[in-house]
Each structure stands twice: as C-alpha cells, then as structure tokens.
Design a protein around this ligand. Sequence first.
Ligand code: FES
Length: 140
Amino acid sequence: MATGKHSPVPELTHGDVREADGDRLIAVADLPPSGVTEVRTAQLGVLAVGLADGRPFAVSNVCRHQFAKLGRGQVRDGCLECPWHRARYDVQSGAMVRGPQGRIFGFGPYSKTVQTAANAAFRLKTHPVAVRDGAIVLTS
Ligand code: FES
C-alpha cells in the first residue's frame, strides 16, 4: 500500500525508535515535546521512555487496550497517555488510571471494564531508571 507525501493514507509508523547505548536509554535533552519516546534496548526490547512530573520512567510500550505504541503518545497531567484512545497510565506503578476515551471506546461501562481488566492482570511492566549525567539510564 502506498503511503507518504502524496498519499491520502497517513503513515502508520514514524520510524523514530531510538537505540539505547547499553543501559543509557536517551539524553533528557533529546526527548521530544511529548515527553516520551520509543527506545529499543538489547535486553528488554522497545520501551516507552520519558519524564513525568520531572521523574524518569521506562515502561512497556504496548497499550493494554488495543496495543498502540505508548512511546508515540504523550505525557499529560503526570500520566502517559495512549496516542489512540487516550487511556492514561501511572508510569511508576504501571496502572491504567483512566480507560479509553472517545465516542465509541469512551462509553463509561466499557472504558471502566478495560481499566479494571488492565489493572487486574495486565499492568504495564515498569523498569527502574534514574537520570545520570543528563540521560535516563536503566538501574538494574
Ligand atoms: S489503544 Fe490505547 S487506549 Fe486504545
């Protein structure tokens, strides 16, 4: 399928996954304005890495709703927000703190059920990180 500059079909990927250098995930200065990005690591695969309320985080990159890439979302109100239906996650605990939103997926009972299921069995995996020498690094 043709995509790109002259296609009415939007690009499905942006090809902007950063490469970690060992435990060094990304320089804080290189984070995009969204506050989060995708970083490929040798040991943990691709993580969503960023800063929320000034604290670094590294979590699994896949939304528990319909598998959007969370590293392509944004940090809002101290939470990681999914780019597709705006579910929000606490990046320290991995809990979904708000279910999917929107005309279809924001239906109250549906949204709450997704949130409850995600928190019962599918919290985001969180990885310990710190800021050292201006970069977010894995600490274990
Ligand atoms: S895929 Fe993340 S909220 Fe729907």
